[in-house]
Ligand binder design. Structure first.
Ligand code: D5M
Ligand code: FE
Ligand code: ZN
Length: 486
């Protein structure tokens, strides 16, 4: 390789000093960089014939400026946006509502909150208007209705399923008989710590289940979509600072937002951009991450993010964090603060919100959740990271974004469980898995916005194949996906 690099420069009658050489050698696409540098040196006219690290900096600055000029907003797009109102309201942001100090009583309060919220939703079903407390189920009851948190799910050696449930008064063992095929299938979708309703009967010992009821959603698929005459773009997992960050695709996306690339009419109808976490790659997120970092400090990563997003000046950007961002890891995650991302916080069209959060974008209610809980759902349900639409449907039925407590998804034991889907939104926007997905379920758009990061070493090991540069756009109630990949 030494010879390769030196030879290429020699051919062009250019020398390269040691520091510049080391930097070029460390670049994953050094062949491309050499060609670019030669062209830069030959064209800049000051007879420079030794490349130093300063030459590389100058080249990068020029390149940035060139991209910046290309990306600048189309005047017509600007005019359209100037004449438009883009109202939005933050319906849930937990940033300043976090009070936990990890006390065990907090944990009780947390689970009580989860139970009470989900119980109320289950009780919207008239059948569950009156419910038997679990402490009263130690005697025979013919027609029983109970609501409990799932403590465990297990199989008996005879093929029945046992679900241990608990409510604030006591606990109970629910049996699903092996001959009840539908209910056995249903029980396979249960996870620890979710809240369910049970109908059945008990002999005072075991509760025999006739039905398992989820909080769910009353609404059904309707043909008539919510009226909207504008578009919303959803992105996540940009991973700025990673060597695998696809800056070409991202620049092309920004160019499109500004009316200078691809479908201009669609861009002109764009009114909001939602970012669902992992804006930067962060530092120290996994072992040996340094090797995969282009920008090795967190401030630099957010500065770069601010520089890139700074080209979007006149539509609101809703920015929610993910597990790579600089904020508490336990969910709900407070918004990214000025401490790490000063420029982003000061950009006037950027609204920093928590993960999860709920926003109303001119009448379209959007839940933004990064999606860390998918890792636990994948493990618990024997699914893969490509099954996000299935997982999101299950989460909607469970009315909870992260039901499994105490596994990979760190959940803060707040006094209130903010991960409950209190109300039914129009859109649930997730990320994290780096694979786009879309489904419409009971009138809700369930979407995953993929990534702008090409496959990493870690993902190779797990056989996760990312969909890089695919951006879902909700336009006039219909989902479209634009491809900005190279
Ligand atoms: O997540 C990037 C991808 O890697 C995403 O598909 C989830 C997957 N991932 C991340 N962490 C884990 C663990 N701990 N187990 C299994 N799969 C995981 P990102 O958050 O961008 O690193
Ligand atoms: Fe990510
Ligand atoms: Zn993530």
């Amino acid at each position: 390789m030494l010879n390769d690099i030196i030879k290429k420069f020699q051919k062009a009658d250019i020398l390269v000093n040691y520091n510049a050489y080391s930097e070029i050698q460390g670049n994953d696409e050094y062949d491309y960089l050499i060609d670019e540098l030669i062209e830069y040196v030959e064209n800049n006219g000051d007879n420079e014939y030794i490349i130093t690290t300063q030459t590389i900096r100058n080249y990068q600055m020029k390149e940035r400026q060139r991209i910046h000029e290309e990306i600048k907003e189309n005047p017509q797009t600007r005019k359209i946006r100037e004449n438009q109102s883009m109202p939005y309201e933050i319906l849930l942001d937990v940033t300043n509502k976090s009070y936990t100090d990890g006390d065990i009583n907090d944990l009780n309060k947390y689970f009580n909150s989860r139970y009470e919220k989900l119980r109320k939703i289950i009780q919207q079903n008239p059948e569950f208007k009156s419910v038997n407390d679990l402490k009263t189920t130690k005697q025979a009851i013919d027609q029983l209705h109970a609501i409990g948190i799932v403590n465990s799910i297990s199989n008996t050696k005879n093929g029945h399923v046992i679900i241990e449930i608990e409510d604030p008064t006591g606990d109970g063992s629910v049996i699903v008989l092996k001959d009840d095929e539908d209910l056995i299938a249903e029980s396979k979708n249960l996870v620890k710590d979710e809240v369910i309703g049970i109908t059945g009967s008990t002999n005072g010992n075991l509760i025999k289940a006739d039905d398992i009821v989820h909080p769910g959603v009353q609404r059904f698929n309707t043909a008539d979509d919510k009226e909207m005459d504008f578009s919303i773009a959803f992105i996540s997992d940009v991973h700025i600072g990673s060597k695998q960050f696809d800056s070409n695709a991202f620049n092309r996306f920004i160019k499109w937002v500004n009316g200078n690339e691809g479908d201009e009419d669609l861009a002109n109808s764009l009114r909001y951009l939602v970012i669902g976490g992992d804006l930067v790659d962060g530092i120290g997120i996994y072992p040996n991450q340094e090797k995969e970092l282009e920008i090795k400090d967190i401030y630099g990563q957010y500065e770069e993010a601010a520089r890139l997003l700074g080209d979007i000046t006149d539509i609101p950007i809703i920015l929610s964090p993910g597990n790579h961002d600089a904020t508490r890891l336990a969910e709900p995650q407070p918004a990214i603060t000025e401490k790490y991302a000063k420029d982003l916080c000061n950009q006037k069209n950027i609204e920093m919100v928590s993960n999860p959060s709920v926003v109303d974008l001119d009448g379209v209610k959007v839940v933004v959740y990064h999606g860390r809980s998918f890792d636990d759902m994948v493990m618990a349900m024997n699914l893969t990271h490509a099954d996000t639409d299935e997982i999101m449907k299950l989460l909607v039925e469970k009315r909870h974004l992260a039901p499994i407590y105490g596994e990979r998804t760190a959940l803060a034991s707040e006094f209130e469980d903010y991960m409950v889907l209190d109300e039914v939104p129009d859109v649930i926007h997730t990320g994290h898995v780096h694979i786009n997905s879309y489904a419409k379920y009971k009138g809700i758009h369930l979407l995953n916005s993929g990534t702008f990061q090409k496959q990493t070493e870690f993902q190779k090991v797990y056989n996760i194949v990312p969909t890089c540069g695919q951006v879902p756009i909700l336009s006039n109630g219909k989902m479209r996906v634009l491809d900005f990949s190279s």
